[in-house]
Ligand binder design. Structure first.
Ligand SMILES: CC(C)(COP(=O)(O)OP(=O)(O)OC[C@H]1O[C@@H](n2cnc3c(N)ncnc32)[C@H](O)[C@@H]1OP(=O)(O)O)[C@@H](O)C(=O)NCCC(=O)NCCS
Length: 189
């Protein structure tokens, strides 16, 4: 675990979930951050809500816990990063996500990917950048060469990713709006 003071003067620690106390202690807070941060806010019913959670959060907790990071401020969860290292365009458990097929040429070069969310009251204090830096340092140690993410093409978070060393690699056309793939090498700084 590494600690740092954020803009509220509180110490926030970044930890690998695998090294934390049992997930049950954090499960509700994790879900709260996930659902309040998501662009999708309305669901047709409980089944749709559950499928959505499984797609963007649950599968990472089940299959990629080694690459799941949390930011802990006091006794509260301030954010998380859910990562995975296998090329998702060539990994069966991600075959339900269509956009990976569209960016398969790029994911071959930048195979790791992640979803990062920070609690509303804790944003713009550097926590998201620290979560990404911790993930990238671990990728480098593991010899994984590149990492990518996908976000909305108009999203406010794009400057955040650019500041963290990512570059635009692909525009993904979508029915409900376009997305962008951003990626970076992890081998240098
Ligand atoms: C994007 C996010 C993970 C960054 O974490 P953070 O701890 O706020 O990041 P940092 O303090 O290192 O960087 C701050 C930058 O994050 C971005 N950001 C801040 N609040 C944001 C929000 N509500 N939505 C999108 N991006 C936001 C901005 O680019 C911000 O820069 P600015 O303060 O100059 O405007 C976090 O803001 C967040 O969870 N936002 C909402 C959900 C989201 O967009 N998640 C990523 C999905 S791909």
């Amino acid at each position: 675990m590494t600690g740092d003071l954020d803009n509220a003067g509180l110490e926030t620690k970044i930890a690998r979930l695998a090294e934390m106390p049992p997930l049950a202690d954090f499960a509700d807070q994790l879900d709260e951050i996930f659902f309040t941060s998501s662009a999708t806010q309305n669901f047709a019913g409980e089944a749709a809500r559950s499928t959505f959670r499984e797609r963007w959060l649950g599968r990472y907790l089940d299959h990629d816990r080694e690459w799941f990071y949390v930011a802990v401020r006091g006794d509260r969860l301030a954010g998380y990063l859910a990562g995975a290292i296998e090329d998702p365009a060539r990994t069966a458990r991600f075959s339900d996500i269509d956009y990976f097929k569209v960016i398969a040429e790029e994911t071959a070069k930048y195979p790791a990917h992640f979803h990062v969310n920070v609690a509303e009251g804790a944003r713009s204090g550097g926590i998201g950048s620290r979560l990404i830096a911790t993930f990238i340092a671990d990728l480098r140690r593991a010899g994984v060469g590149g990492v990518h993410l996908v976000t909305g093409h108009n999203s406010r978070n794009i400057p955040f990713y650019l500041r963290n060393g990512f570059k635009l690699r692909k525009v993904i056309k979508g029915v409900a709006g376009d997305s962008v793939m951003l990626a970076r090498s992890v081998l240098q700084g």
